[in-house]
Design a protein around this ligand. Structure first.
Ligand code: PSU
Ligand code: MN
Length: 305
């Protein structure tokens, strides 16, 4: 049965057919994760970085109800301009968006789903969602963790922001059987900073080692994803005190304003950015580029079987 809801760009289709490396990219980072126009500039730079490293980028989104792998520059520009007006689309949003032919920006969850449907195994992003602080009462746990548990896509990220409870996020991933790899580190990176104080399961030091681990899990038919956490380059790391203070303020304001559900993460991201000015945005851009380059190298290794 062909999937009539899925549209794969010609370039991506051809690369997949010829066994060339492809890297998936999410679109919520464009619409909800960064302000315009830096979001569009970054998305295009990320695509270029993937090309420079010998792979084909596939930015993923929902366009007019179609699950789209390989957005055009115009579609990226549109998502960036629309910003928060576009639906942030997680797993539960897909049925209605498809049926009503609406647009949606894909989170880590839906990007993994669509990448997998298209036959793309590697995905680069900034940070993943996780277990929120206070989840023991709010039950706010990102669908990203469930998706990592059930969809065999390798996700390269810079760890997770400490707007989340990083310890509980790691516990949850352990329960779900998701391998968490530190790239060149034993510690989970905390997005803006290289260290979080939490140990990861395994440290791997080259794209070939990461590809070998992913290939091994594929060979025994494991359906879990794999999380590769790649620390932000030293030069772009933020001062821990500055970022921690901003996160604390953002979290307090989030509770005071009664923000809940899917608005929580975008609110916290925007608030932290507002409080730390351009510095956190620059760090954010740099770490995404760094992840794109690693993901392309891993995708290349996976193709050289
Ligand atoms: N964390 C970031 N930047 C982001 C996101 C998370 O540092 O842009 C986005 C991603 O798309 C992620 C989503 O999948 O937020 C998680 O949202 P939630 O916590 O509502 O599941
Ligand atoms: Mn949530």
């Amino acid at each position: 049965m062909t999937n009539t809801h899925l549209t794969i760009s010609n370039e991506v289709q051809q690369a997949l057919r010829e066994g060339r490396p492809v890297v998936a990219l999410e679109s919520t980072i464009i619409s909800h994760g960064m302000p315009y126009p830096q979001n569009v500039e970054t998305a295009l730079r990320v695509e270029q970085t993937i090309r420079d490293n010998g792979a084909v980028p596939a930015t993923i989104a929902i366009i007019g109800g179609q699950l789209t792998a390989g957005c055009t520059e115009e579609q990226i520009e549109y998502l960036g301009r629309q910003g928060q007006k576009v639906t942030k689309a997680s797993r539960r949003d897909l049925p209605v968006l498809m049926a009503e032919k609406r647009d949606g920006a894909t989170t880590v969850t839906t990007t993994m789903m669509i990448a997998h449907m298209a036959g793309i195994e590697v995905f680069a992003t900034g940070g993943i969602g996780g277990v929120h602080r206070g989840a023991e009462t709010t039950m706010d746990i990102s669908a990203d963790l469930e998706e990592l548990a059930q969809t065999p896509v390798l996700v390269v990220c810079a760890g997770a922001k400490s707007i989340l409870d990083l310890g509980l996020t790691l516990e949850y991933l352990e329960t779900k059987g998701v391998p968490v790899i530190g790239y060149g580190t034993d510690e989970l990176p905390a997005f803006y900073t290289r260290r979080s104080g939490f140990k990861v399961d395994y440290r791997l030091d080259s794209p070939a080692e990461v590809a070998a681990a992913f290939r091994a899990q594929r060979e025994i038919g494991l359906k879990t994803g794999m999380l590769v956490t790649n620390p932000i380059p030293e030069a772009y790391q933020m001062d821990k005190e500055v970022i921690d203070a901003a996160i604390e303020t953002a979290l307090r304001e989030c509770v005071q304003r009664g923000i809940k559900g899917k608005e929580t993460t975008p609110f916290l991201l925007a608030k932290v950015k507002e409080l730390t000015g351009g510095e956190s945005l620059e760090s954010n851009i740099r770490l995404v580029l760094n992840n794109a380059s690693l993901a392309a190298q891993v995708a290349k290794e996976l193709c050289s079987e």
